[in-house]
Design a protein around this ligand. Structure first.
Ligand code: SAM
Length: 269
């Protein structure tokens, strides 16, 4: 399992859901709470995690347009069970090429999750400019911010984390990615465009019993470290072996830093 497979998104969703910041969700809900129905565009929807996380917080009549370029994920999102008054349309779209098409029409809210760290500075400039030109509120959950804290400590953790963060800043299909800089850059950009931004941490907290996700994360990080190449293959392999041993022994836990933000156009709503 790797990248954005449905299996990986399913494995991480409960941790994402628990991590999503309640104050930020409350700000999102308050911004559209008075509307009789709400039209939302979710960018890079995957299997629809943001719909599942937000639907209970929004006015009962909801129309969601779900945009992604992965047809398999989009198919799962379209098929999810929802209340009768929640309508979902799947929009197959390459957001790098066709972002503006995703924002066509009357939209009350744009959302995304686990996505902004993948995009480049110039693409994020394009997104914030297009959203602000339409005066739309914007919610972005679970943007990775570079903080990783693993327990128990291991002598190679810092080198692996440095490699992971370097890997996060490589091209993910939008040019060189902002990676850990993305949330700060998005917050500053929206503020510069006259938005008021509520932002809070939304860290994954993963405990000793959460073995499957730890195994998956550590394997992914070892792969990233191998690609970056600052550690020898042997160092990376023995780090992964030690980590797997701790997970199997039920002594491993970790925190992975994320940021949630809600940007509201000033003077609207
Ligand atoms: C980490 S997943 C997050 C999915 C979902 N938002 C969630 O929180 O579970 C990143 C998503 O970005 C989508 N994506 C990546 N590049 C894209 C592009 N160029 N156009 C549209 N979607 C893209 C992937 O298909 C994937 O669904």
């Amino acid at each position: 399992m790797s990248g954005f497979s449905a299996d990986w998104l399913t494995l991480r969703e409960p941790y994402d859901l628990r991590a999503r910041n309640r104050e930020v969700i409350a700000a999102v809900a308050a911004s559209v709470g008075a509307l009789p129905s709400v039209h939302i565009v979710d960018l890079a929807c995957g299997t629809g995690a943001t719909v599942r996380a937000l639907t209970g917080h929004l006015p009962s009549r909801q129309i969601w347009q779900l945009a992604d370029n992965d047809l398999g994920l989009l198919g799962r999102a379209k098929a999810m069970a929802l209340a009768d008054n929640v309508k979902v349309t799947a929009v197959p779209l390459d957001l790098n090429r066709d972002l503006e098409a995703a924002l066509d029409g009357a939209i009350d809210l744009v959302t995304t999750s686990a996505f902004l760290d993948l995009v480049s500075k110039s693409w994020l400039d394009r997104l914030t400019t297009e959203v602000a030109a339409r005066s739309i509120p914007f919610y972005a959950a679970l943007t990775y911010d570079g903080r990783i804290d693993i327990s128990p400590n291991d002598r190679t953790d810092a080198s692996v984390v440095a490699a992971v963060n370097k890997h996060q800043a490589t091209d993910k299909g939008f040019g060189l990615a902002l990676g850990p800089e993305a949330a700060g850059y998005a917050i500053a950009s929206f503020e510069h465009l006259g938005y008021t931004v509520t932002h809070r941490p939304s860290d994954w907290t993963i405990g000793p019993d959460d073995c499957d996700i730890q195994m998956e994360i550590f394997a992914g990080w070892a792969g990233a470290a191998r690609e970056i190449g600052t550690l020898s293959l042997a160092e990376t392999a023995s780090w992964l072996t030690r980590r797997r041993t701790d997970v199997a022994a039920g002594t491993s836990s970790l925190r992975v830093g994320h940021v949630d933000l809600f940007a509201a156009p000033t003077g609207r709503r």
